[in-house]
Every structure is written in structure tokens, then in C-alpha cells.
Design a binder for this molecule. Structure first.
Ligand code: ZN
Length: 302
């Protein structure tokens, strides 16, 4: 009779494997570095997971500080309810609130992505030859978009940063999405707080990676007359060592957005920004008109 529990165990494993999400759990990795087709205007979106606004302002971030005099910014960006990562990044990268994209927790089971498409899919409807890339060190992040030419996951933010630099220099995609995860990990480990030094140090490290990436972008702008819109934001803040189900806490729900334009000589605080506004703003930069049939929830900020 001793064999019975083992049989149940293995049978359970088989059942669990067979009943996976219809939405593929392991996204195919795409390694084609397709040459970008836009000669001048490019978009770089940098998402830094789990960075509270007051912690960003408290952390030592010399590079972000240097961007602000040439940026639009907002320190009170509404990222909406359901304060975990999959709903948050879906809101940004699909340009609609959870009521439309259908995601309220960190699973993908109820996604309405086929109706409310991601930034890459929308952009390619208008400009099919665009080259688009998504780089993250969190597997699930890659499931939020599709139609990438290049999609890669990494074991660390440093590996991601190094590959982003390689990709910018080699094929120069028209839209690049980067997702850094390090600050969120430190927040969960020791606290999402503007007085928690390890959390602040993780934000500082993200700032140095951003500086290295932007160094390459600036070189290209000088050498090839490219113009990169660089949008930096986060998916949620946090309190204590968590952020789930905290949509009534301003330090978790209200985040920050920085939009750096190479042609901007001044620093401009935007009065109201919602996370859903970032997608139409990025498409607008690429001269992609937002279609009313997309039923987006945000507006282009400029
Ligand atoms: Zn997150």
C-alpha cells in the first residue's frame, strides 16, 4: 500500500501540468535584433518596479536629477487600483484601466489583451515595419506585450542594462521597453520606505544603469540626429514590505512619471498624469495617431 501516496503525488503533478493557463506560462524568447525603421524619433520606456515617489526624491539619483531640467514630470501619477505589478504594467503598456484589460492580480487568467492590445501591437497596426523590443528580468513582464522583434529576460538588472546598450547600438529599435526589478525586491525584503537605506541604494543603482543607457542614447542623438523620448515610471509604491491591496494608500497608489524630450529646454511639472496617459504620449511622439477604435483611457500629454 505504500505505493499509493506516490501514485497520487505523481498523478497530481500530471494534472497540474496539464491544467495550465491557456495563456502560455513561458513566453517564447525572441532574439532577432531587427533594424529600426524610424530614422529620427524613437521611444525608450524604462519601468523601475516598486519605487515610491518620496523614496525616489530621497534617494541619491544624480542622473535622474540631470534629466529633470529637460523633462515633463509629475510626482502624483495615479496608477489606479489593484496595486500589484501585472495590473500596473498592463495599465501602462495597454493604455487602459483594469476594468478594460481585465487584470486585478498577478495572474493573466482574465486578461482582455485580445481586445485591448499592447503598445507594440497598436504601433505596428499603423507602422508595421517598426522594430520593437522588450527586456526584463522578470519572466511575467514579457507576457504583457506581444509582437516584439526582440524579447529577452535576464537574471539581473545589470545583465539587462548591458544587453539594452548592445541592442541600442546594434539594431536601434524604434520602441524599447525595459523593466528593472531591483528596487521592488529590496522593498519586499526590507521595506518600501524613504528612510530604508538598502531600498534607497537599490534606486541609486537603477539611476546609474539609466545613466549608462542614456549615455549611448545621447551619443546616437549627437551622431545620427535621432530624437529619443525617454519615459520613466513605476507600477506601484508600497508600505512596510508589501504593496498589494493598498489602493487607498497614497504612497502605494500615486507614483511618478518623468518624460525626457531632447528638444525641451525647460523643466515642466504636469498638473495631472495618469498611468494610462503614457501610452498615447509615446505613440504621439512616433506620429502614430491614436485610433478611436482602440478605446484607450488616457490622453497624450504633449
Ligand atoms: Zn511591481
Amino acid at each position: 500500500m505504500k505505493i499509493f501516496p506516490f501514485f497520487v503525488f505523481f498523478f497530481s503533478l500530471l494534472v497540474l501540468n496539464g491544467c495550465g493557463d491557456k495563456f502560455q506560462p513561458n513566453k517564447e524568447i525572441k532574439t532577432d535584433c531587427t533594424l529600426g525603421s524610424e530614422p529620427v524619433r524613437k521611444v525608450l520606456f524604462v519601468g523601475i518596479d516598486g519605487v515610491r515617489t518620496d523614496a525616489l526624491l530621497a534617494a541619491n539619483t544624480p542622473f535622474i536629477d540631470s534629466l529633470l531640467p529637460h523633462s515633463y514630470y509629475n510626482w502624483n501619477t495615479d496608477r489606479g487600483e489593484y496595486t500589484v505589478s501585472v495590473p500596473g504594467w498592463s495599465t501602462i503598456l495597454h493604455g487602459v484601466w483594469p476594468a478594460k484589460h481585465g487584470l486585478f492580480d498577478n495572474t493573466f487568467k482574465t486578461n482582455q489583451y485580445s481586445t485591448y492590445k499592447d503598445i507594440f501591437s497598436l504601433a505596428k497596426q499603423i507602422k508595421p515595419t517598426l522594430s520593437v523590443a522588450n527586456l526584463s528580468n522578470w519572466d511575467d513582464f514579457l507576457r504583457i506585450t506581444e509582437n516584439e522583434n526582440y524579447a529577452q529576460r535576464f537574471d539581473s538588472d545589470m545583465d539587462l542594462k548591458n544587453d539594452a546598450i548592445r541592442i541600442i547600438n546594434s539594431c536601434t529599435p524604434d520602441i524599447m521597453v525595459l523593466h528593472f526589478d531591483n528596487p521592488d525586491a529590496f522593498g519586499h525584503d526590507s521595506g518600501f520606505s524613504p528612510t530604508n537605506q538598502p531600498y534607497l541604494d537599490a534606486i541609486t543603482l537603477s539611476d546609474t544603469y539609466l545613466a549608462e543607457i542614456m549615455g549611448v542614447v545621447k551619443q546616437r542623438e549627437a551622431a545620427f540626429n535621432e530624437q529619443w523620448l525617454v519615459v520613466i515610471s513605476t507600477d506601484h509604491g508600497g508600505e512596510g514590505t508589501g504593496h498589494g491591496n493598498q489602493y487607498d494608500l497614497p504612497q502605494t497608489r500615486y507614483v511618478w512619471s518623468i518624460l525626457h524630450r531632447p528638444d525641451l529646454a525647460t523643466s515642466t511639472e504636469l498638473a495631472i498624469v495618469n498611468s494610462v496617459d503614457l501610452l498615447p504620449t509615446m505613440l504621439n511622439w512616433l506620429n502614430i495617431p491614436v485610433q478611436s477604435s482602440w478605446n484607450l483611457d488616457g490622453v497624450a500629454l504633449f
